[in-house]
Design a protein around this ligand. Structure first.
Ligand code: URA
Length: 237
C-alpha cells in the first residue's frame, strides 16, 4: 500500500506538492470515487486511480537528465500560452518535468526527471546543495557589497544566508563572476547583483553540487551518469 500522493508523483503527474493540490481540488478518483483527503493509501495492483478521468499508471523506470536550457525557454512542464517549455526538447516517452526553475532569461544546467518524489526532495531547502552560476555583470562589485553578499544579508525582497563570489575577468564593460549559492530563492543571483546596484547581462548555471554542465551543447540533454546518481542518493539521504 502506498500513499495516493506518492503514487501520483511517481507516475509523473506533478511534483508531490502540486499533486496534493490536485487531490484537494477533486481531480483524482480511486475506483470511481473522488478522493479529496490527503494520506489515503492505495494498492497499486488492485486500485484504479484516475486523474482528470484518465487512468494513471506508474512509469517504473526513473529517468534523470541533465539539460542545457536555452534562453527563452520556460522552466515548466507545459504552458497555457504556448511558449517553449523544457519537455519540447525531449522524446515523448516519459512525462517529464524540470527540477526547480531557471528564469526564462537564464541558461544552463537544469535537471529534468519523471520522478515527482525526486523533484520534491531536490527542491526542499533543507538539502542546501551548492548551485554554481557564471555571471556577466555591467560593473564591478564593491569590496563592501561583495563581503555582505558573501556573509549573508537582507537584500530587499528577502534575506540570503551567504554565498561565494569570485571575479574571473573583465572584458570591456562586462565583469565575469562565478557565484555559488545554496538556496534557490526567486531570481536570487539577479537580486543579489541588483542589491549592489548592478545589472546582470548574462546568467548561466554550470553546476548543481557535483553535477556539471561541462561541454553539453545548448538545447541538448544527457542522462545522469552512475557516479552522479550515487552522488544524488548520498546527498538526499
Ligand atoms: N538566480 C537567478 O537570478 N535566476 C535564475 O534563473 C537562477 C538563479
Amino acid at each position: 500500500m502506498i500513499r495516493l500522493q506518492k503514487y501520483l508523483a511517481d507516475a509523473g503527474i506533478a511534483s508531490r506538492r502540486k499533486v496534493e493540490v490536485l487531490i484537494a481540488d477533486g481531480k483524482v478518483t480511486v475506483n470511481g470515487e473522488v478522493v479529496r483527503e490527503l494520506g489515503v493509501k492505495i494498492d497499486p495492483l488492485k486500485d484504479k486511480v484516475k486523474y482528470n478521468g484518465k487512468i494513471v499508471l506508474v512509469d517504473k523506470r526513473q529517468v534523470i537528465y541533465v539539460f542545457n536550457k536555452p534562453l527563452g525557454v520556460l522552466s515548466a512542464a507545459s504552458d497555457e500560452r504556448g511558449r517553449k517549455v523544457i519537455p519540447d526538447y525531449f522524446p515523448k516517452d516519459h512525462r517529464l518535468f524540470p527540477v526547480g526553475r531557471l528564469d526564462i532569461n537564464t541558461e544552463g544546467l537544469i535537471l529534468v526527471t519523471n520522478d515527482g518524489e525526486l523533484t520534491y526532495r531536490l527542491t526542499h531547502p533543507k538539502y542546501e546543495i551548492d548551485k554554481v552560476y557564471e555571471v556577466i555583470a555591467d560593473g564591478p562589485l564593491s569590496y563592501e557589497k561583495k563581503n555582505e553578499l558573501e556573509r549573508g544579508c537582507d537584500i530587499g525582497p528577502y534575506e540570503i544566508s551567504g554565498s561565494r563570489i569570485r571575479l574571473i575577468k573583465r572584458e570591456g564593460n562586462g565583469y565575469h563572476y562565478v557565484v555559488t549559492i545554496h538556496e534557490g530563492k526567486n531570481r536570487q543571483v539577479r537580486q543579489m547583483f541588483e542589491y549592489a546596484g548592478l545589472h546582470i547581462k548574462k546568467l548561466k548555471r554550470v553546476a548543481i553540487g557535483e553535477i556539471r554542465l561541462s561541454n553539453l551543447p545548448v538545447g541538448k540533454h544527457r542522462e545522469l551518469s552512475k557516479a552522479e546518481r550515487i552522488y544524488l542518493k548520498k546527498v538526499l539521504r
